[in-house]
Design a protein around this ligand. Structure first.
Ligand SMILES: [Mn+2]
Length: 628
């Protein structure tokens, strides 16, 4: 039997066994050391003089120069833009090659009072981008309708749906938000119905570009736009920026009447939700969007924030990403994302409260479904029969019992956990919908293109992509995709890493220091909270709290600090002895308890350097050999 046949047999028997018992099969499972840290710590290697020079030049604490250096932000213009970037630093929206044509078409719609249909994708990026365009067109006085695609729809039917929506509402122009770039064939049908289309998107273009009035996408080949990383809502914002300039220039509206800042709350939400890289423009947009969000002017969001327990003054990118965004996201996953747009546009407080409660309830259901799938996956990873492909560089799991809308959340987590490309495929009615995430060293689109004949459709980004595939072709996909990953990734590429920014002592961790760390906000993709390093002793054994978290009691040169380590409970046995010396990788935080502020360490990882000897004499002696 050839190697190829052998793999396929394994896969097929895996599928059959899997479906009979748990309806899941697994193709690779990396080994994880159970007891010690499984992360490789990458310490910074910048020259200390360079970091000091930055701090002196910017009159900032030494730590600022160190973290900037560790992240490779060392040129004067980059540092200024990173630390103090403002709205006027945004690029000219007319740098999009087809912006001129797009705004001219809106001008026509305004003059002729033609209705526009805004058609958005069903994730938070699409929802916020749709709400932004609808609110803007209403404000300047163009009739506007909106539709949001449904998660169960195939792409071909999405555009037909848009067409029907446009005909029903007599719209002459459709504007897509956060999708459309890969739908050239379907968009042809709109043209033959004499409906104009403007595509606004940020997904990677495929070979055929839609033939339409204008395509606004920072990822177009030969695009002259300087920032590829804008998300769907970001592109929509650039669009209304350009429309505003034109309408002001032509004397239709006065500059004073329009304040584009009021749309930035939506831009911040969509950009964070879509994991936009928080450098360059996204960083500026999110920074100012957070200021807007804290004003609490959008009643629907205020109600939803209230339900998830975030006060306006406590709004941070992290709070939004962990608490608010999953709520809005759950609509597109398992319900109707249209409600998300309604919530964002709502003016009536009572109705906003009701809708926010409905969304919260929907999110709870999403959490239940997610928990079930996560338990399935966990059980599968624990199963001894699943270990036959331990050394593969990609992980693919398939089931006919998963909810396609929920798997992207789990895929993202598995990718972080195993630090390798992961794909989860949910089969329904003979069609598999796969969600793929990956690591920096293995961008997805090139390998997916290589095997594109296997798919009904595929698309997305280099680090998060989706596939649609006939069920019978899944084994072939697994074999080919894993082979490509194995050929291009080395063992060290898939070893989980932890990047440390700087090394500090407890004495440095003051409230002033915490204030200077704020300069690095907002945190998110490509701009994580700084991770610091130190060595300390346990002033008391660590305590397990809430099942799997650890509370640390630490001492360094007579200074005491507490730390919290999420999901580190399984390593409590390493921290049983007072006086144990450990290396810590952590992010300092301000903890507020009964209105008292204190600094605590969010422990990302630790390594035991030495334990005090002899160990606790009361502990029972473990026999060193079998007494029989
Ligand atoms: Mn998007």
């Amino acid at each position: 039997m050839s190697q190829e046949q052998h793999t396929q047999t394994l896969f097929q028997s895996g599928v059959q066994q899997g479906i009979a018992t748990m309806a899941i099969t697994i193709h690779t499972i990396p080994s994880q050391p159970e007891h010690d840290s499984s992360l490789e710590w990458i310490t910074p290697n910048y020259p200390p003089e360079a970091a000091d020079k930055i701090s002196q030049e910017y009159n900032a604490a030494p730590i600022i120069g160190q973290i900037l250096s560790s992240r490779g932000i060392t040129k004067g213009s980059e540092i200024r833009r990173y630390l103090y970037g403002q709205l006027p630093d945004l690029y000219d929206p007319f740098l999009f090659p087809e912006m001129e044509k797009a705004v001219e078409r809106i001008y026509q719609a305004y003059i002729k009072q033609e209705a526009i249909l805004v058609y958005g994708d069903n994730d938070v990026d699409g929802i916020t981008g749709t709400a932004l365009l609808v609110e803007y067109f209403r404000f300047i006085g163009i009739p506007v309708y909106f539709n949001i695609s449904h998660y169960t729809q195939l792409r071909s039917s999405v555009i037909i749906d848009a067409l029907n929506g446009a005909i029903k509402n007599r719209c002459k122009l459709i504007i897509t938000v956060d999708h459309g770039i890969t739908a050239a064939a379907e968009i042809e049908q709109l043209l033959s119905a004499q409906i104009d289309v403007i595509v606004t998107d940020h997904h990677e273009p495929t070979e055929s570009i839609p033939r339409c009035v204008a395509t606004l996408n920072p990822k177009m080949i030969n695009a002259s736009y300087p920032d590829r990383e804008l998300t769907g809502v970001g592109v929509a914002f650039k669009f209304i920026h350009a429309v505003t300039s034109l309408l002001v220039k032509r004397g239709i509206i006065s500059r004073k009447k329009i304040d584009l800042k009021r749309y930035l709350d939506l831009v911040a939400l969509g950009t964070l939700a879509d994991m936009g890289s928080l450098n360059d423009e996204n960083r500026i947009l999110v920074k100012y969007g957070l200021i807007q969000l804290r004003k609490g002017r959008r009643i629907g969001l205020t109600k939803l924030l209230g339900l998830v327990g975030i006060e306006n003054s406590q709004i941070t990118s992290t709070a939004l990403s962990t608490k608010l965004i999953p709520q809005l996201n759950s609509l597109g996953r398992i319900a109707n994302a249209r409600k998300g747009v309604e919530l964002l546009l709502m003016r009536n407080s009572q109705m906003a409260q009701l809708l926010a409660e409905e969304i919260e309830c929907n999110n709870r259901q999403r959490q239940r479904i997610e928990k079930e799938i996560a338990a399935d996956v966990e059980q599968l990873f624990a199963s001894p029969t699943a270990t036959y492909q331990l050394n593969q560089k990609a992980l693919i799991i398939v089931s006919n019992q998963w909810h396609a809308g929920v798997i992207p959340i789990i895929v993202a987590r598995l990718t972080r956990q195993y630090n390798r490309p992961v794909c989860m495929i949910a089969i329904d009615n003979g069609i598999g919908r796969g969600s793929c995430r990956t690591i920096r060293k293995f961008p997805l689109l090139a390998p997916l293109k290589q095997i594109k004949d296997l798919f009904i459709n595929f698309g997305g980004h280099d680090y998060a992509a989706g596939i649609t595939i006939q069920e019978e072709l899944i084994p072939l996909f697994c074999r080919q995709f894993i082979a490509i990953a194995n050929a291009s990734l080395a063992e060290e590429d898939v070893k989980p890493e932890l990047h440390i920014d700087a090394d500090v002592n407890f004495v440095d961790l003051t409230f002033d220091f915490m204030e200077s760390l704020n300069l690095f906000e907002p945190y998110g993709n490509d701009n994580p909270p700084p991770i610091l390093y130190t060595i300390a002793q346990l002033s008391w054994p660590a305590k397990i709290i809430h099942n799997d978290h650890l509370r640390f009691y630490l001492e360094q040169n007579g200074l005491l600090l507490e730390g919290i380590g999420f999901s580190l409970g399984h390593r409590a046995h390493q921290l049983r002895h007072k006086g144990t010396t450990i290396a810590l990788a952590f992010t300092p935080q301000i903890n507020v308890h009964h209105q008292k502020h204190s600094i605590q360490l969010l422990i990302r990882d630790f390594k035991v350097l030495s334990t005090p000897f002899p160990p606790n004499p009361i502990s029972p002696v473990t026999p060193t050999h079998d007494p029989l």
